[in-house]
Design a protein around this ligand. Structure first.
Ligand code: ARG
Length: 318
């Protein structure tokens, strides 16, 4: 399995500076954050005075002392950066791809909150699941759905974002592939990411279709755009994000799914870490950070500099 370890500091800084040009987030994502805030226990307030800041530092140090991680002093997080605005490669001024997205900003926030250094491991999505299963990482942050079938290999944090599921095709085919019935035929190729709940949606809703499992969502987008694939099951906000850069994409319908929302996958049995992660999530929602991370990620994912698709060598595809 291809695996890369990246120090995230620059990516997050870059995300923040690129987003500084302003613009508003879509009301839908703001609502999502609010919904998540409502369903999550209230977090502690961000300290503003010096005394409070000292207290916060002390709490962080205490939290770090209590929390056990796979590498001492570090928070090791697996992700699959093919999933804008959750996690993706943003292309900087100099053409270099850097990790960005609200999952990455939240990962940095949690690491800071726990007084740990963030280390990000990038793998395909099925790799995120196996990194957690083998307890090679502390957390999996990849727009993970709290699918009960995964409970044997990881624990789930509280939800931090609410999304939805969609059936996606291209504008030219929007009239043809517009229902489960229309795509449920052996001659219709229907994509879904390997290891994802979208694979389950594909086999449940269109079992007779030619289901094509691919390792990356960006591979699926490429196939749809090139006409090699007819339709695909994709997370709605991800489809909307790629649609900003590739307007030929068309969301034809919403797909019902009963475990909606994203959670952090936590290394199974690490109760101290799970509790600390939940406290950080609550705090990030409460102090407005989460909403800002979402707005910044959306802004950056739709920026002119962002291409979204990288080839095998991590270079931007033309
Ligand atoms: N929410 C879906 C799942 O948990 C898809 C997540 C895919 N994430 C990614 N970074 N590609 O199965």
């Amino acid at each position: 399995m291809k695996k890369k370890i990246l120090a995230l500091g620059t990516a997050v800084c870059m995300a923040a500076s690129l987003a500084a040009c302003g613009g508003s987030s879509s009301s839908q994502t703001t609502e999502a954050a609010t919904t998540a805030a409502e369903t999550t226990a209230a977090g502690s307030e961000a300290g503003s005075t010096e005394g409070e800041a000292e207290e916060t530092e002390a709490t962080e140090a205490a939290a770090a002392a209590e929390v056990e991680t796979v590498a001492e002093g570090k928070l090791t997080v697996a992700t699959s950066p093919d999933f804008a605005p959750y996690e993706f490669y943003a292309i900087g001024e100099d053409g270099t791809p850097a990790l960005a997205g609200f999952d990455m900003a939240l990962a940095q926030y949690i690491a800071d909150d726990l007084g740990l250094e963030l280390e990000v491991v990038t793998v395909d999505f099925d790799g995120v699941l196996s990194e957690l299963q083998t307890k090679s990482v502390d957390l999996g942050m990849a727009g993970l759905s709290p699918d009960p079938k995964r409970e044997g290999i990881m624990d789930f944090s509280d939800l931090y974002y609410i999304g939805g599921q969609s059936l996606v095709t291209v504008k030219d085919n929007a009239e043809t592939y517009n229902s489960f019935e229309a795509i449920n035929k052996p001659e219709v190729s229907v994509g879904a990411q390997i290891g994802s709940i979208q694979m389950d949606l594909a086999t449940t809703n269109s079992p007779d279709a030619d289901i094509v499992p691919l390792p990356k969502v960006t591979d699926i987008i490429t196939e749809l755009l090139s006409g090699k694939m007819d339709a695909a099951y994709i997370e709605t906000d991800v489809a909307k994000s790629y649609q900003k850069n590739y307007p030929e994409l068309e969301i034809v319908m919403e797909v019902p799914y009963d475990q909606e929302g994203s959670a952090i996958g936590v290394c199974k049995g690490n109760e101290g870490l799970l509790a600390a992660v939940n406290a950080s999530i609550a705090k990030a929602i409460e102090d407005g950070s989460m909403e800002r991370f979402i707005a910044e990620a959306n802004e950056q994912a739709s920026g002119e500099k962002y291409e979204g698709l990288l080839n095998e060598n991590g270079q931007v595809q033309e």
